[in-house]
Write a protein of this length. Structure first.
Length: 379
């Protein structure tokens, strides 16, 4: 795509689904709870806003079988629609649930700040019993501060404040790993010596503490939850930790908005390994669809297609004929025509959007397809 003019670039794409950085700056793409925790592979909330306006009405129910970081659920709620989200990843479900829960704001803020202060006063916890993975990826001081915060939070908090503390702990753990500042998305190995930082253009040293991140993210999390409370509606939101290939939904949705994982690109469990290690979350990575470690061999792609067919066929049988199913995917391998046919879906439109502002190791031009489908009939 090098040398292609902006006019040519946008000639064949849906302009309502594509934005320049000037039109849609990062602060808008990560508004309120959408930036409670970094998450690779999420789609932007403005995209979901367009789909809701085009294909749904307030009072409807939207289903997302790959709930990820909860973008569909958050936007459905502000739109005034009920929503149900499912994911095989326990961390994804935790993060989504924290985003959409309705809180007693004063009580949550007080409990989180008290937890932070108690952990600070107690100092780092012993690290000798931590897992090998944790001791490898953190300095002793940094790990001790994470463990102390975890100890205090688990001791003094109850849900929903405890779930919020878990997300704060996870976000701090992501930032405090022994890796370079420019490689937080895909760290290859721990870094324990000073290094030239491509992000800051100078020599940097690996992080040796977690307390500053715990404090920073406590304040940021409280602020973002408060911001979302100003636009949150009373619409129902349910997050289910399950396999969407065989889930019986608690209510019948009116349609689907989702962005499934791409084959061989991201391990969604491994992406948040620090959370699984610190929080003892249920690891179901062995049945995660499209996980990177499986690669893109023919058997892996067959497994991916079979899984996608099962997910969308299961959704189709619980939707009314004609119900809209909106799928955002980069189908560069041409797998989804087969998926849609076998899942009982008819393709109405295939739209192309330009994905703006992919940075770091994921930089470069990138395009996605928006597959707008309808349920043919009971599957």
């Amino acid at each position: 795509m090098a040398g292609v003019s902006q006019d040519a670039l946008y000639a064949e794409i849906d302009l309502e689904l594509s934005w320049s950085e000037h039109e849609l700056p990062q602060v808008e793409r990560t508004k309120h709870v959408h930036k409670l925790h970094p998450y690779l592979g999420k789609f932007i909330p403005q995209l979901v806003e367009v789909f809701l306006e085009r294909y749904f009405a307030p009072g409807a129910c939207v289903y997302d079988p790959f709930v990820g970081s909860g973008t569909t659920l958050v936007e459905a709620n502000t739109f005034g629609a009920d929503s149900v989200g499912c994911d095989i990843s326990a961390f994804n479900c935790l993060l989504s649930r924290v985003k959409v829960t309705q809180y007693s704001l004063g009580a949550v803020e007080l409990s989180l700040r008290s937890t932070l202060e108690e952990a600070r006063q107690a100092g780092p916890a012993p690290t000798r019993d931590a897992s090998k993975w944790l001791r490898r990826w953190y300095s002793d001081r940094s790990l001790g501060e994470l463990l102390r915060y975890r100890e205090v939070a688990f001791d003094r908090l109850e849900d929903p404040s405890l779930d919020v503390a878990k997300v704060i702990l996870s976000r701090a753990a992501r930032s405090a790993r022994l890796t370079t500042h420019y490689d937080l998305d895909f760290p290859r190995r721990p870094v324990r010596q000073p290094y030239f930082c491509h992000k800051h253009k100078r020599t940097c040293t690996p992080v040796d503490e977690s307390a500053k991140f715990l404090a920073r993210y406590t304040a940021d999390t409280v602020r973002r939850i408060r911001e979302f409370s100003n636009v949150r509606t009373s619409s129902l939101v349910e997050v289910i930790h399950a396999d969407s290939q065989r889930l019986d939904l608690p209510i019948q949705p009116h349609g689907v908005i989702t962005s499934p994982p791409y084959p061989g690109l991201i391990d969604y469990h491994e992406q948040h390994r620090y959370a699984y290690e610190l929080l003892g979350l249920d690891d179901r990575s062995d049945i995660e669809l499209g996980r990177a470690r499986r690669g893109t061999s023919r058997p892996a792609l067959r497994e991916y297609v079979d899984g996608m067919v099962a997910v969308f066929a299961n959704a189709s049988r619980q939707l009314s004929p004609g119900a809209p199913v909106v799928i955002v995917v980069n189908d560069s391998r041409g797998l989804f025509p087969d998926v849609l046919e076998k899942a009982g879906l008819r393709l109405d439109q295939s739209l192309t959007r330009h994905v703006n502002r992919r940075t770091g190791r994921r930089a470069g031009q990138f395009f996605e397809s928006v597959l707008v489908c309808n349920v043919i009939g009971r599957y």
